[in-house]
Design a protein around this ligand. Sequence first.
Ligand SMILES: C[S@@+](CC[C@H](N)C(=O)[O-])C[C@H]1O[C@@H](n2cnc3c(N)ncnc32)[C@H](O)[C@@H]1O
Length: 402
Amino acid sequence: MEDPAAAGLAAVLTPAGRALLDGLPPYDEAGAMALGERLRAQGHDPALVAAALTQSRLRARAVAKLGGRARTMLLTATGLEQATRREVAERHADRFVATGAGRVADLGCGVGGDAVVVADRGPGVLAVDRDPATAAVAAANLAPYPAAEVRCEDVAATDLAGVDAVWLDPARRDAAGRRVLDPRRASPPLSFAEALAAERPVGVKTAPGIDHDVVPAGWECQWTSVGGDVVEAALWSGALARPGVRRSAVVLPATGGAGVVVDDADDPFADGGPPVGPVGTHLYEPDGAVVRAGLVGAVVAATGGRLVDPTIAYVTADAALDLPTAAGYVVDEVMPFSLKGLRQRLRERGVGRLVVKKRGTAVEPEELRRRLRLEGPHEAVVVLTRVAGRQSALVCRALRSP
Ligand SMILES: C[S@@+](CC[C@H](N)C(=O)[O-])C[C@H]1O[C@@H](n2cnc3c(N)ncnc32)[C@H](O)[C@@H]1O
């Protein structure tokens, strides 16, 4: 399906079109039709009015992801969907700035979600995209930065003379629109980034599910979560990688703020694996980025606890801790899992609302909730998992900050 924002781009790229767009009031879905009628009645070209209102709607939608600067950007629907969210782009840009790079190439720049943040920090930017509409949007978004240049070409043809470091956020959809999870099959593929890394430091965004074995030797792979959702894994080579760090996780709060970084140096059990032992008074569910990075041992170390099972990423301990890297629960009861037994205990506790968490079990939470038919004033969290190899149910309460 054609991207309507891309189709109307030519109209909003003219000075008159841009002036109309930038002069629109904040987008209001309910008033959009009347506004369109008014603008057409004033003599504005209907195609331009449609394109400007599409941009205005996209800008409003983009603010949550790209921050306040989205109010002055041009966008396409696809470009917005693919763009790196602001707080994550800022962390990427921090790495480039820390290397002292004077000119950074963004190869496959999209609408410029990463490129504008780098340009904003000072380095010159060479932004490249082979899609003409996308490159035109990137050029508009980078126009305020005199040291930024945009080229519409295939990155395989890009002359990188004068470029100190490279960022790649490869397209992760195949020709049929299906998701491509393996960075070796993205566009451009990981092999392209590895070849560039022989000359200059390179950063590459990948899907969070990247196989650890695919990470090139000597590179750092950093998984990032925002508000508990794992949004990416990024691979960093050379001076863009932190010395001695191979795996790391950044946990960013949904509400903004610096977040916290955990890396393999924080995992004292890297060699033998963390200890395993009986369920204690508290259970900790490590953040998804920490789990993907294989750094659950860091949560075990932070709690002074142990795993409930050697193959499962639940940590148990005997202390109430407020951790940025894990959600905490008070464990009220541990029982072997059975529908009948669980129903009886939850009814005795007057539990009507149930949050189901699970790891290492095939039970479907929705199906379980339906079959439990609970009624009652209280809420509980049930964690279904293996404890020492046995399917178990842990009846818990979310732990508030001490
Ligand atoms: C995931 S998007 C980049 C998003 C960008 N980081 C942002 O935050 O807005 C990937 C982009 O790479 C471009 N692309 C993919 N393969 C390319 C190639 N071989 N040469 C040039 N551009 C390419 C696509 O057109 C797409 O716009």
